[in-house]
Design a protein around this ligand. Sequence first.
Ligand SMILES: [Zn+2]
Length: 224
Amino acid sequence: MTTKAKQIRSHCPNCGPARYANVLFEHKATATDEDTGVWETITSYMLECGGCKTVFFQENFVFSEDIGPDGPDIRIAYYPAPAKRKRPDWFTLFDLEDSGLYDLLNETYNALNVDARVLAATGARTIFDRASELLKIDPALTFGQKLDELQAKGHISSSERAHLDILTDAGGAAAHRGWKPKPGQLDTIMSIVESFIHRKFVLESEVKRLKAQLPRRQKRKKKT
Ligand SMILES: [Zn+2]
């Protein structure tokens, strides 16, 4: 006789939210403060996605002071986090050629992996800052002035300026206005910063290399 594994709904890093997952292991730990009676419980699950068989982790945190009339307010964390983003193929120090830029991108991807979304949003803005400095824009300027300069020097188009304006505003909202972006919103922020970095620091050198490798055009004889 086979026993059917217990299943819960969880966020598979591969398939997305609300997937049935087999519970491979479950661990519950409670800590109580003897003086106040305040307690917290952490239930940890090692899970296997019922669809793609990926193994991942979920942690449910319940705090006694968070229990309202509708029951406990469970804070759920997933490892890897739903905000996790695949590093693009061009994300190498060889392609980027600047270790400062590489490190900032790397730290931002790491923040996404552990669901540190506010840090990831401010990280995306810092990546833009470093990139504009590499493009010889004065670091002392405001974000708006940097965008103006980038456009005036022909580094970005007006539509890209509009996208980058949202990116810097989102970074400011996360850093100073208490905004915590949702995974889908962070995805958009990362798409904006990645496309800017890719075009200015990876694609441009690839295009230069390709141009040098093409056979030269024959000059057409002028008709007389
Ligand atoms: Zn899955």
